[in-house]
Structures are given as C-alpha cells and as structure tokens.
Ligand binder design. Sequence first.
Ligand SMILES: Nc1ncnc2c1ncn2[C@@H]1O[C@H](COP(=O)(O)OP(=O)(O)OP(=O)(O)O)[C@@H](O)[C@H]1O
Ligand SMILES: [Mg+2]
Length: 205
Amino acid sequence: MKTLLVANPKGGSGKTTLAVNLAAMLAQQGNNVRLLDLDRQQSAQSWLARRASQLPVVWPYHADTPSATRAGWLVIDSPAGVHGKMLARMLKLARYVLVPMGNSLFDLEASAAFVAALKAEKAVRKERVRLGVVGMRMAPRTWAAQQMEGFCVQHGLPVVASLQDTQAYVKAAFEGKGIVDLPVRQTLREREQWQTLMDWLSSDE
Ligand SMILES: Nc1ncnc2c1ncn2[C@@H]1O[C@H](COP(=O)(O)OP(=O)(O)OP(=O)(O)O)[C@@H](O)[C@H]1O
Ligand SMILES: [Mg+2]
C-alpha cells in the first residue's frame, strides 16, 4: 500500500480539499483507494459519507483491513496544529507527504516553520519520504504563485501543482465528489492543474 499524507499545521490551508480530491482522482484511475481521517473534525469522513455508491469507490480505512486487500493507495488527511511526536508517527507511515500551501504571507510564514520541522525528521532526512508542495487557491503563473515558488526554491521543496480557487472544489465537496467526478467540460482547467501532481506521483512507480 502506498501511503500519502496531507499535512500542514496551518488551519484552513486546504488539507481536506487536497486529500479528498486525491482520493477521488486515484479512484477514478482505477486504483484501490482508502481514506484515513485523523482529524477530530472528521471532514474527510463526512465527505466519504456523502459519496454516492455509483462513483469510483473510496474505502474508509480500518486498521483491521485484511492485508490481501491492502494493495493500492492510502490517503491520510491530518488535523491542523500537528507537530512533535504525532508528526513523527505520521511520517513513519508515509511514502509521500504533500503540503498544501495557501497564498498569503501568513500561510508562507506558518509553512516555513512546518517545513523546518519536517526537514528535521529522520524519515525526511533519509529521503524515505517524498515531499511536495501544492499551492492551494492559487492559479499557476500569478504573482501569488511566484511568491510561493520563490519560497519553495529557497527551502529546496518541489512545487508539484498549483490549484486555483474555484467553486468546483466547493461544489464537488458537497456532493462527496472530487473535481474529477464533475463533468469534464466544466473542469478542464482544474484537471489540467492536477496533471503535474499526478505525474509526480506516478514518476516514483
Ligand atoms: N482550490 C480551492 N478553491 C476553492 N476553495 C477552496 C480551494 N481549496 C480549499 N478551498 C476552501 O478553503 C476552505 C479550507 O479548506 P480545507 O477545509 O480543505 O482546509 P483544511 O486545511 O483541511 O482545514 P482544517 O485545518 O480546518 O482541517 C474550505 O472552505 C475549502 O472549500
Ligand atoms: Mg481539514
């Protein structure tokens, strides 16, 4: 099972949006996908409860899942404020860590501290974990995206995608969907912006 952790201690940075869209995207590609919600708010869990049975299946994760059915992906949504031992424990599980990053100065500053904490972790130092940043509510090639890219270059982090601010994400969430489950003609730009992220994931296979 390939495990992907979505983490950023900054509240509202886009963790759940990124996690559920990743799960939907991987399921749409025909993968066996499980979603683990470590947040007490249970937002990802509530998304899952809204998901219609006709859509590509995203399974809830249970620790007692038989190993025979564990092939595929595990996507983990994490809570705001995560640090210290809990961060270390979560990193032990993960092969990929995606950090959603908002577009404000305050988001970048808060993320800088998190990135420093991540880099101090053994799993990251030993490169057992692949780290990537995803710009959230940020159209590619805008001023905000450039600021974030500058920040990431400075910290030696790859920006694997920039996802613009659109109602498609909000609407999809209400329906237990990812943007990939919405009609193609309504989500052309969003899909295009996901391409680099999906390529980054598959480049490791
Ligand atoms: N690309 C986007 N376009 C439009 N809205 C977005 C986008 N990304 C995130 N949002 C919105 O931003 C808000 C915060 O996102 P989300 O709940 O995913 O953040 P979070 O990091 O999981 O928050 P928390 O720390 O509370 O768990 C939500 O209302 C979500 O719909
Ligand atoms: Mg959340």
